[in-house]
Design a protein around this ligand. Structure first.
Ligand SMILES: Nc1nc2c(ncn2[C@@H]2O[C@H](COP(=O)(O)OP(=O)(O)O)[C@@H](O)[C@H]2O)c(=O)[nH]1
Ligand SMILES: [Mg+2]
Length: 331
């Protein structure tokens, strides 16, 4: 059996941000991508005094960034505590302390995606149409294949020919195998793929699913069925149920997280399109949701944010680092 591979493990080995050399240009792209979200936040700290006005402006900026009411309250209370403790007197110092507060809030979301503990490791990827599922799978496949993993793709979004073709292009480009079937049943295709993955000793099987169905069917029921069928093909699978969300959708993304988690019990998230949005604060809202979820059931595996995306290029999808995110946001 091959050794466990933790994609992005180097980036997550310590609390410190990943070494820039490991991901050339990434911090600059992340900063650029988060600029719209960050500019209204950094604006707050251009004055000369730490007073009620500063905190009020910060509250508005966090709400505007779609951090949500609860995470905004949490961050403000945490920040005021830090300011008292450090006896900060300059707005610039408060800005640094806010970065600390955001990094601490987001830290529990940071975890490396581990593949290789089971052969194959089965990943089920879900999300609404256009969130970025197929492109994320393509990018992830490339990273895994580059790392020496044998990957098999399952085209379980069988309802649209374009969806199958799009995944086939990625499979071709990455020279990995794909199980696809015109007009086939999504569960049957996924089942076949997991069985093929076992027979061919693949390291990873990734199932791409539909984000919307022909109207008479119910998406969540279909996805639950796929999840069940994966378990029939391989008892300990799926090992990951990943929800891809579009960072542009802000608070609506949180509603999607709740709905998909309720139906499928998510293990991880991928947040795409953080470039060109002013709503990147939604990660704070997600962090608070994940914290409450963990507190409600301590035995349950917590939800991670495995990757974030700031563009359409291959290198624009990278493992999530809480500290790096906070620094890029307020830098
Ligand atoms: N700007 C930007 N576009 C992205 C990102 N991730 C995906 N996209 C684009 O979003 C569109 C929809 O992606 P797709 O993977 O087809 O979504 P799916 O319907 O969930 O499979 C495509 O044009 C992607 O190139 C990102 O991080 N930034
Ligand atoms: Mg797709």
């Amino acid at each position: 059996m091959r050794e466990t591979e933790a994609y992005g493990a180097e980036a997550h080995a310590a609390a410190a941000p990943p070494a820039p050399a490991a991901r050339p240009g990434w911090f600059a792209r992340l900063s650029q991508g988060l600029r719209k979200t960050g500019s209204s936040l950094t604006q707050v700290f251009t004055g000369t005094r730490i007073d009620d006005t500063l905190y009020e402006e910060l509250e508005s900026a966090l709400l505007m960034a779609d951090a949500g009411v609860k995470a905004t309250e949490h961050l403000l209370a945490d920040l005021k505590r830090r300011v008292r403790e450090r006896k900060a007197t300059e707005p610039a110092a408060v800005r640094t302390l806010l970065a600390d507060a955001i990094a601490d809030l987001l830290a529990p979301l940071e975890r490396a995606l581990v593949v290789g503990e089971s052969v194959p490791t089965v990943l089920m990827v879900v999300g609404v149409n256009g969130a970025g599922k197929t492109t994320t799978i393509g990018k992830l496949t490339r990273h895994l294949a580059d790392g020496g993993c044998k990957v098999l793709l399952a085209a379980a979004d069988t309802f649209r020919a374009a969806a199958r073709e799009q995944l086939a292009v990625w499979a071709d480009r990455n020279r990995v195998e794909i199980v696809s079937q015109e007009g086939g049943d999504p569960s049957a295709v996924t089942y076949d793929a997991v069985m093929a993955g076992q027979a061919r000793r693949c390291d990873v099987v990734i199932a791409d699913t539909a984000g919307r169905l022909p109207t008479q069917l119910h998406l969540m029921e279909e996805l639950k069925k796929i999840r069940r069928v994966i378990g029939k093909a391989q008892a300990d699978a799926p090992h990951e149920v990943l929800l891809v969300i579009d960072g542009n959708t802000g608070q609506n993304a949180l509603a999607q997280v709740r709905a998909f988690d309720e139906a499928l019990s998510l293990t991880g998230l991928v947040v795409t399109k953080l470039d060109g949005t002013a709503k990147g604060g939604v990660l704070a809202a997600i962090a608070l949701w994940a914290r409450e979820r963990a507190q409600a059931d301590l035995a349950r595996r917590p939800v991670a944010v495995y990757f974030i995306g700031v563009g359409e290029k291959l290198e624009d999808l990278q493992p999530f680092s809480a500290r790096e995110f906070a620094l890029a946001l307020l830098g």
